[in-house]
Design a protein around this ligand. Structure first.
Ligand SMILES: Cc1cc2nc3c(=O)[nH]c(=O)nc-3n(C[C@H](O)[C@H](O)[C@H](O)COP(=O)(O)O)c2cc1C
Length: 364
């Protein structure tokens, strides 16, 4: 089999790998640019991307929008014009429309949107030349979002991300479902989503490439997803343990040291469960003793009077490397990560079963 390229709108991905968006600050220009340089899709997380701007506390939105613009431009420079640069935008973000506008104006190739269904994304992006992709976790959510875009905007997705129960960060599953992952036949769910994709691709007369995510760790996992009928994969946790990842060395060390027993599911103020590393912070949240001292007004769904903790503060503490106070999101297979590598080596490793070295040289 030759290396599978994937056409998305007017773009062509030379390797069928998307690096999943990771907030806060874990995937910014350095990681996304490096992934695009290798022919994949690098994804910048827009979540509080200006967290290290000197004016962040005074005016978080202005700092974020400024940083988003700068990181898109810098990622493009790092990529050398190869691959694709996308932005991950949570549907629950305040001022969602402003973020979409900045992504398009700054020249991002795509917006990937999850953590809730991005029902009005096509409206916000109207008139801009930018690919749009929702993240779905079930046949039902795929049907709902594609039907709604079809009915309201007479358009469909340019590509689709399926995020399964082994993913990191916020999860589109209930706690009960997550307690029974081993009895879940998620391959069947993926096949059902692919059938829904087929019906909309047929209606609109263009391909809708599908990338599956969650627990994809090895070349065999990548091959398995392609055999199921997916066009590629989205991988996140493994990209944390790369030299180019934008998180602090201490964040990466937390990943290398983690074992399966260190993972827990935590309730998030976003209103969804999230998978993270257990530490003093998650212990305090579980005991109900974590306090909110400041509100960044970042999420539509969050009420600081009733929320268990401030997710922005916890994720900022994590990306800076505070092992006691940070919330370290991770995928279910973080315990298998043993060393820091480079983006180039990781992409080569992940795609080794889907092409020979010679094929790869020809295509890249
Ligand atoms: C540290 C971390 C932060 C994440 N942040 C986001 C985010 O801000 N938005 C989002 O849609 N997904 C987020 N995710 C999910 C990833 O983009 C990805 O789909 C998922 O983690 C894939 O599973 P894997 O980590 O097992 O490869 C995050 C994942 C991790 C590990």
């Amino acid at each position: 089999m030759g290396v599978k390229t994937v056409a998305i709108g007017k773009h062509v991905l030379k390797v069928p790998v998307i690096q999943g968006g990771m907030g806060i600050g874990v995937s910014r220009c350095r990681l996304a640019g490096a992934v695009a340089k290798e022919g994949g899709m690098g994804v910048i997380s827009a979540a509080q991307i200006g967290y290290d701007d000197p004016d962040f506390r005074k005016d978080p939105e202005a700092a974020n929008l400024r940083a988003l613009r700068a990181h898109i431009a810098r990622a493009r420079e790092i990529s050398g014009g190869r691959g694709m640069i996308a932005v991950n935008l949570m549907a629950v973000t305040q001022l969602y429309e402003d973020y979409v506008r900045i992504c398009a104006e700054a020249g991002a190739d795509a917006i990937i949107s999850g953590a809730g269904l991005p029902s009005n994304l096509p409206k916000c992006a109207e008139g801009y030349d930018i690919c749009l992709a929702p993240i779905v976790s079930s046949e039902k959510s795929a049907r709902v979002i594609l039907k709604s875009w079809d009915r309201k905007y007479q358009r469909t997705a340019d590509f689709l991300i399926i995020e399964g129960p082994l993913a990191g960060g916020h999860l589109g599953f209930s706690q009960e479902e997550l307690n029974q992952i081993s009895s879940m036949n998620y391959d069947e769910e993926i096949k059902k989503i692919l059938r829904i994709r087929d019906s909309f691709a047929e209606k609109y007369g263009h391909e809708i490439p599908v990338f599956s995510a969650g627990g994809i760790f090895s070349p065999e996992d990548v091959l398995h997803q392609l055999e199921l009928g997916c066009d590629g994969v989205q991988v996140a946790s493994r990209f944390v343990a790369t030299e180019e990842c934008d998180a602090s060395p201490e964040y990466k060390r937390a990943y290398i040291e983690a074992e399966e027993k260190d993972i827990e599911i935590i309730k998030s103020p976003v209103g969804m469960p999230g998978r993270a590393l257990r530490n003093a912070f998650t212990d305090r949240v579980r005991e109900g003793s974590e306090k909110i001292t400041w509100c960044f007004n970042c999420l539509k769904a969050c009420n600081p009077k009733t929320a268990d903790y401030c997710i922005t503060q916890a994720l900022i503490d994590a990306v800076k490397g505070d092992r006691q106070n940070g919330l370290f999101f991770c995928g279910a297979r973080v315990g298998e990560i043993r060393k820091i590598t480079t983006v180039k080596d990781l992409i080569e490793e992940l795609t080794q079963k889907i092409g020979t070295g010679t094929d790869k040289k020809q295509i890249l």
